[in-house]
Design a protein around this ligand. Structure first.
Ligand code: HEM
Ligand SMILES: [Cu+2]
Length: 845
């Protein structure tokens, strides 16, 4: 990193004779010294994020080696059974939550803006916040193993084992630590969706965007719908562990299968969430080294979208052995095999591109091919286990461990290494050694297959997964020894790779610009790269502008396109329309700050102290987190500009401040609330799930909240929502008194709504520890009450903004976004009230 900065400063002096470039550089300059860590620019945060996620991969890999040593020979006593449980649980969890998802989001944060000629993503501080949450949460979860306190329940944490038979804080660390990280992942997803939809360069219509951006859009949407069910499950399980609310306890009406559903509604899409972005890297690398545009662009896009959709309908194939009805199994088995179709379409498009093109040999391409081949094998064993009778045999054996690693390593590690080779010059201006690259490839590819292929055989011989040792009678000792040798060969390949990535390359000359002769926008950057991203934001007419548009780079460099200057010394980027990318706003993005770091530390405190039941400390930390986040919003968002409009070059003038559906903040709120609704729907799913599995639910002999109070809270909630709409209208009419009056009235109604929810529970003496019915009612009421509370706090915020002159009738983004929040909140309260208050009546309880 130091190398990079020195080179940057020498090249900075070169542009110092152009005043516009100088101003641009000044605005986008990365802070130095200890303030470096306050940077929020996508290239810095993206790089930290990538390296950190890679570090977690290495940690997960070390754990894998420990397992392989233990399993090398039968009846080994290298580590104890309990340690082994912690090691495999942490290995799986780290690889999935701290490596695979984050690294792909990290790479996207780093690359996307450059691919789209954006100076930055719309919410740089949100990316930085997400990164810091990730570091804190990750270190917390990983650190637990050094205190013999790591989770032991496997990466899918099935109850009742994890709710009734495992003491200690391990499970809580998993639940709270990983929820915290999932929230960071969702934050990054929001950022990426808004980035792809709203921050493209002029002219880059939806059918011209780089394939990478398409994939990331699909994946980010998937994260938005996949993670919330898991978070809902985490909430339920933590409530069961901390307060003894029996969601998964069959003796009190709960059902452990609810967890399995919620987990796998997340868990299966998760596989595609980590696989599609890797394919996205491949989709950038293949055309470059074939010297031809991607064959079947639209097919690839459709297939990516199709895979995304389908992946939400497959989760039950992880539950074939739980005794579900045959028809369910049949449907999910067929659906699981169907996913091979869109996957195949993508693979064929890649192969076709390689065939029609003129292929240039490179290590990067070699890893691409290895990834595809490996993934195909994993896909085929996947189709095998999707056949239910086969799965009855293979379930919970090493066959599955072999299968899942072919998919995951073929689908993530090899493509990511390919991406490292490909994008290394983009990030550092230097190249990785191609000669070493072939060695690394050999070690990794051979090591990988020697490691994982025998696992299929061991599994078919009857070796169960998640066991710390096995009997010599099973006759799988030799297979395991081969696996272990393979693991070490693979690890040595990764080690050499690491050395090549990290070794100082001071003497190596800088690469020439666009070293691979690629066609996509990110390669237009100067070497070394400038913090501004791109000298001027170009007009795009082709999917491969560097190949197809005349004098493209020269025009970009000469500042002939948009925003070639930073006249006010502020960071700015363009916002365009969603479909055809017409410029609509010159967006000012905030610069470096430590607020995001503090916000992450305090938010982390809530989760970490919560794990140890230090509720006072957790509460204090929560107050500090709240204060920090409010300060961040107050000082960094919806800032009233000094002028209304700004000329952005080429004779175009755009507004600086926008609110409503054209604004990125509005989109972020909308998207966040979609995720929020998904979590809520998952809770409601729980309620109706219990109804489907029990003859008697809601149970006749256990009191519910009655009809009156839920309907009263509905009335209050609807009033609060209506008054919010009035608040917004009064603000637009510049009627200050009306605004304050409506806002306060809405607050009061929300408070009444919360009290009414609570009254229903209190008046009927509902005891959530008695049975799952009161427990799920309380959980839903808690969720809804919390949303009313947040809505009230938002009102207070808007009142303060207006009082302070930071919100006016023209500059009204705050209240517009709050109103949007309330549109969703009123749906939440309506569903809650109807479910809790009327459903029992409807089914005759
Ligand atoms: C780098 C080389 C790797 C090796 C040698 C390795 C080895 C292993 C072994 C031996 C197990 C089985 C544990 C058991 O059932 O007793 C396992 C489980 C697992 N691995 Fe890996 N692994 C590697 C990389 C990865 C990667 C890259 C991922 C994901 C991106 C991953 C995800 C998982 C998951 C999800 C499990 C299941 C954990 C559980 O049963 O709860 N592994 N791995
Ligand atoms: Cu699956």
């Amino acid at each position: 990193m130091n190398d990079r900065r020195e080179e940057q400063s020498t090249s900075d002096t070169q542009s110092s004779n152009d005043p516009a470039a100088r101003r641009l550089l000044q605005a986008w300059k990365t802070p130095t010294g200890w303030r470096y860590w306050s940077a929020v620019n996508n290239s810095e945060v993206g790089l930290w994020y990538t390296l950190t996620a890679f570090a977690f991969f290495l940690f997960g890999g070390l754990l894998a080696l420990v397992m392989r040593i233990q399993l090398a020979v039968p009846e080994n006593d290298f580590i104890s059974a309990d340690t082994y449980n912690q090691v495999f649980t942490l290995h799986g969890s780290v690889m999935m939550f701290l490596f695979a998802v984050p690294i792909l989001e990290a790479i996207s944060i780093m690359l996307l803006p450059e691919m789209m000629g954006a100076r930055d993503l719309p919410f740089p501080r949100l990316s930085a916040f997400g990164f810091w949450c990730f570091v804190i949460g990750g270190v917390f979860v990983c650190g637990s193993i050094f205190f013999d306190a790591a989770p032991r329940g496997g990466w899918f944490m099935y109850p009742p084992m994890t709710t009734q038979y495992q003491d200690g804080v391990g499970v809580d660390i998993w639940l709270l630590g990983l929820s915290f990280i999932e929230i960071a992942s969702i934050a990054a997803a929001v950022e990426l969706i808004v980035g792809v939809l709203k921050c493209r360069p002029p002219g880059m219509r939806l059918n011209l965007i780089p394939l990478y951006a398409w994939y990331i859009l699909v994946v980010a949407v998937m994260i938005l719908f996949a993670f919330p069910p898991l978070i809902a499950g985490d909430v339920l399980m933590e409530l069961e562990r901390a307060l003894d609310w029996p969601f998964f306890d069959a003796s009190r009406g709960g059902d452990p299968l609810l967890w399995q559903h919620l987990f796998w509604i997340f868990g299966h899409p998760e596989v595609y969430i980590v696989f599609l972005p890797s394919i996205a890297l491949i989709a950038m690398i293949v055309p470059t080294f074939s010297r031809t545009p991607m064959v079947g662009y639209s097919w690839v896009v459709l297939a990516a979208v199709g895979t995304g959709f389908l992946s939400f309908g497959l989760w039950v194939h992880h539950m074939f052995t739980t005794g579900l009805p045959g028809i369910t199994i049949g449907i999910f088995s067929a659906a699981s095999q169907a996913v091979a179709i869109p996957t195949g379409v993508q693979l064929f498009c890649f192969i076709a591109t390689l065939l029609v093109g003129r292929v240039v040999r490179s290590v990067s391409l070699l890893f691409v091919l290895a990834g595809l081949a490996t993934f195909i094998i994993g896909g085929l064993t996947g189709v095998m286990v999707a056949v239910a009778p086969f799965d009855y045999q293979a379930h919970d054996t090493y066959f599955v461990v072999g299968h899942l690693h072919y998919v995951l390593i073929g689908g993530t590690i090899f493509p990511i290494v390919a991406g490292f080779y490909y994008y290394y010059p983009f990030v550092t201006g230097k190249q990785l050694s191609e000669r070493l690259g072939y060695w690394i490839f050999g070690l990794m590819f051979i090591g990988f297959n020697v490691n994982f292929f025998p696992m299929h055989l061991a599994g078919l011989q009857g070796m169960a997964r998640r066991i710390y040792t096995y009997s010599p009678m099973l006759n799988v000792g030799w297979l395991n020894m081969i696996s272990t040798i393979g693991a070490f060969v693979l690890a040595s390949g990764i080690l050499v790779f690491l050395i090549d990535v990290l070794r100082p390359k001071g003497k190596q000359p800088l690469v020439k610009r666009n070293v691979w002769n690629a066609g996509t926008l990110e390669w237009s950057g100067q070497v070394p790269d400038r913090p501004w991203g791109i000298r001027s934001i170009p007009v795009i007419e082709s999917r491969y502008p560097l190949w197809d548009q005349d004098d493209f780079i020269a025009k970009v460099d000469a500042g002939q396109f948009y925003l070639p200057d930073a006249a006010e010394g502020l960071r700015e980027t363009l916002v365009t329309t969603t479909v055809d990318a017409r410029p609509i706003q010159c967006l000012r993005v905030p610069g470096p700050t430590f607020l995001t770091l503090w916000a992450a530390i305090f938010t982390g405190g809530v989760f970490i102290f919560g794990t140890f039941h230090w509720y006072v400390a957790a509460g204090l930390s929560g107050v500090l987190a709240f204060a920090t986040i409010i300060t961040w919003l107050w000082t960094g968002t919806s800032i009233i500009p000094e002028k209304d409009q700004k000329e952005i070059g080429l004779g175009v003038t755009l507004p600086i401040y926008v609110s409503g559906p054209n604004a990125v903040g509005w989109w972020a709120m909308f998207i966040t609330m979609m995720g929020d609704m998904t979590a809520f729907v998952s809770l409601i799913f729980g309620y109706y799930f219990y109804w489907t599995i029990h003859e008697d639910f809601p149970p006749k002999d256990i009191a519910g909240p009655g009809t009156f109070w839920p309907l009263a809270s509905l009335a209050a909630g609807v009033a609060a929502w209506g008054l919010t709409v009035v608040t917004k209208k009064r603000n637009s009419a510049n009627d200050a008194r009306g605004f304050y009056a409506a806002s306060i009235a809405s607050l009061v109604c929300a408070a009444v709504g919360i009290v009414a929810l609570w009254m229903g529970i209190w008046q009927h003496d509902m005891d959530p520890t008695e049975h799952v019915y009161p427990a799920i009612v309380c959980a839903i009421a808690l969720w809804t009450g919390l949303h009313l509370l947040v809505g009230s706090v938002m009102h207070l915020y808007c009142i303060a903004r207006r009082l302070a002159g930071r919100m006016t009738n023209r500059f009204d983004a705050d209240i517009v976004n709050v109103t949007l929040y309330w549109h969703f909140a009123v749906i939440t309260i309506a569903v809650t009230a109807l479910t809790l208050g009327l459903f029992p009546v409807a089914v005759g309880r």
